[in-house]
Ligand binder design. Sequence first.
Ligand SMILES: Cc1ncc(COP(=O)(O)O)c(C=O)c1O
Length: 399
Amino acid sequence: MPTYSLPKHIAYSQSLAAYIQHNLSDSTAQALTLAQLCQLGTADLGAGALGTQYQGTSEVETGHIGATLLSYSPVQGDVALRQEIVKFHQGLNYHSQIITADSVVTFCGAQEALSAIYQAVLSAGDEIVVMTPSYPSLVSMAKSMGVIVKEIALCADNHWQVNIGDFKHLVNERTQLIVLNSPHNPTGSIIDSELAEQILQLAQHYQCYLLSDDVSQASNYYDLALAHGYLDYSKSIVVGVMSKSLGLAGVRIGWAVTPDKTLLQSLMAIKAVHSICCSKIDEKLAVLALQNSQEILTNNNQLILDNIALFSALVARHPEKLNWHKPQAGILALVEVKNIDSIIPWSHQLAKQSGILALPSELFGLSGNYFRLGLGQKSFANILEKFEDYLLTTSTDSA
Ligand SMILES: Cc1ncc(COP(=O)(O)O)c(C=O)c1O
């Protein structure tokens, strides 16, 4: 029987679960309650704009979430949701070809979408190019399939930036897939529109697949040029989700968009043997959230900016203990803890003494004394106070 292990960051969090009360590494923006989400639109749990009413064998739109018929949803995903996903994607990106709801498959989260994409396009012995550190499964899923992983190692001295030379160095005729993630988990660096265009040309030159994990693209609080035109290329795939910029991880909806019809069919076939379809309630809630995404994002992005200011002030008060590069976009950044022997015992001590989870960068494939900082939560200011108390009561070289 094969053995499977949890992704490292999840296993690490679970190993400290007895101590953890606060998560300083959360990768999501602030969540809403179900009631708050419903209040954003004209929907409510009993009566609103999104539901359907059952009449004999068919459903009719009534505007009642409570009237949603709890049957299977289409494998490809509810068409109204796929239309909202297209609008959301188009609001953030550009393309010369028309993207329609036919190019979208929904999944139960971005993770399921990524897993299906890897399964659909990769076989043992293929090569992929990916930036590291990374969201762990982008590397681990490939390795577990016997895929050769070529890593572009991001480094702090270079503010975690990549350039086209890094890609040209590793992409060649053996490359089956280039994996991008911008804004980047865990560093907070970006691929701007100009670099995106260069990477797109490289992928086209070698005719390899191009996957862009865009889960926090809408956390663009400095209004940088994050738009890309990847979907103009037939072998590109873009992944999005409710959990990160929109903060709605409890609405288990993610998606893949691709102009490649054959790939789309494969993704649906894979989904059909994993989850079959998404929850109908989640799909309705995702429609509601996407229709009100501007309001949600305005609030979430302002909160991230406020939290960046708080953390900058903390670093300025403790320059001998902490160092960081602010994120360019997204919800995450890496923080260097200075003058300690090793980040793992330091992080353990922090959890045991203060109940704070700070995920060491090793879990994301980067050695050195860094931890992942999540900047999306309302509780951030409160956690930071406890974190500062911890810094003040410990000498950094004792951990
Ligand atoms: C870069 C990236 N991609 C995909 C995912 C998966 O998203 P979800 O957990 O909502 O499926 C995450 C989650 O942390 C992520 O950080």
